[in-house]
Design a protein around this ligand. Structure first.
Ligand code: SAM
Length: 383
């Protein structure tokens, strides 16, 4: 492999640790006599931090981890003549001639543990560096447990979700028959994560069903589950509103199930008296066409604002609706806003809460927005 390929690979596999660039090629044009590049984590985001040294000062610049490869290679190709590059796989010494050819000396890696020590890594439920079979199978991490740079956001999302699950179960009575349904499971990263969490972290033999409309996706999930040897995990093809289950369901999960599919899932859970609901809604169209309020016309006349407002009103109303059914509801930020605006997680826990205040608020709120004949009330679902 040449230097460019080595850099590309170590960034894409999340194996870049540290690099030092010295001896500038054009001293008169380059104010920085030395630059270092270090992989660190800032606010749970993996970045590469450059420290640029002039004679008297140090300047810092943070690069998006996935985009850093090109900039690092540019520093090698055009800016500096002595470079030390440390990756999880090897140490490299690079010497660039005046004409630009690169001599490379490769050595055994000396800084394998440096990344973890320097980053004060957050302790997740699934930690980087600990191979986790379903994440390896789904291409999130390699056999050594290193998370691929492209999949780092997914890795964090999975952990964040498991933290919320862990927290939601705090007051629950758990037994091996605990039944979970993931509605609109898609490729099922989170369904497999749930399985891993219960079986491998909590040592509980729960039962899980993942449901989705897409035949090919369900086939893929069942094959993956078989490969992993996951028992009591089943994937089924079907529409949420038509799904019938006759025994107790303890927890339902819906993550980005489109439009009214979320409402159908909430209704199922309410009808089943499900104890725990974790739902991140997705696109919402129903209210967009119905929502009206004369005083808020200056806002609602803008399509973009109307769309965001409709989503917020929808989720507020869904939460209130769950409260009218005796659930204690909390809205949590699921993933950071910069990744997706669809990041509100509705956490609803069944209690014996008094519901009259919620019922009154629900009716008043609907009147305020001129909303009626809502899907969640009509409940056009099979029971
Ligand atoms: C955006 S994906 C999310 C997948 C997964 N939950 C995740 O968070 O990665 C939404 C999934 O919901 C499924 N879906 C949408 N409407 C559905 C319905 N009415 N019944 C079952 N699945 C549905 C889609 O087929 C799709 O796979």
């Amino acid at each position: 492999m040449n230097v460019e390929q080595i850099i590309e690979q170590c960034i894409s596999e999340g194996k870049f640790i540290y690099s030092i660039f010295t001896t500038p090629r054009k001293k008169s044009e380059n104010p920085y006599k030395k630059i270092t590049a270090r992989a660190i984590e800032i606010k749970e985001e993996k970045v590469i931090q450059l420290e640029k040294y002039t004679e008297t000062k140090v300047f810092h610049e943070n690069l998006k981890y996935e985009n850093a490869g090109e900039i690092i290679f540019e520093l090698i190709k055009n800016e500096y003549r002595n470079i030390n590059l440390f990756t999880e796989d090897s140490d490299y010494q690079l010497i660039v001639s005046k004409k630009g050819s690169i001599k490379m000396i490769e050595k055994e890696p000396s800084k394998q543990l440096l990344l973890m020590e320097h980053n004060k890594k957050k302790q997740y439920i699934i930690n980087e560096g600990e191979p986790c079979s379903f994440l390896v199978e789904l291409g999130v991490m390699n056999q050594e447990g290193l998370v691929y740079a492209k999949k780092y956001d997914k890795f964090k999302q999975i952990n964040k979700f498991l933290e919320i699950v862990d927290d939601s179960l705090r007051d629950s009575k758990l037994s091996d028959n605990f039944m979970i349904i993931d509605f609109g499971c898609g490729k099922a990263y989170l369904t497999f994560a749930l399985y891993h969490y219960f079986y491998n972290v909590r040592n509980m033999k729960v039962r899980i069903i993942g449901l989705d409309l897409k035949e090919d996706v369900i086939e893929f999930c069942n094959e993956t589950s078989k490969k992993l040897g996951y028992k009591n995990l089943e994937f089924k093809i079907g529409d949420i509103k038509d799904f019938v289950y006759k025994s107790k369901v303890d927890m339902i999960v819906t993550l980005h199930a489109c439009d009214n599919a979320t409402d159908a899932a909430l209704l199922k859970a309410i009808n089943w008296n499900t104890d725990i609901i974790l739902s991140v809604p997705c696109c919402q169209h129903e209210f967009y066409n119905k929502i009206e309020n004369e005083n808020l016309e200056p806002m609602l006349k803008h399509g973009l604002i109307k769309e965001r407002m409709s989503s917020l009103v929808t989720d507020s109303l869904r939460s209130l609706f769950l409260e009218t059914k005796g659930y204690k509801v909390q809205l949590l930020e699921f993933i950071s806003m910069e990744h997706t605006p669809k990041n509100i997680l509705i956490k609803a826990i069944k209690t014996n809460k008094e519901t009259s205040k919620a019922k009154h608020q629900y009716e008043e709120f609907k009147k305020f927005w001129n909303l009626e004949n809502l899907f969640i009330e009509r409940g056009d679902i099979n029971r």
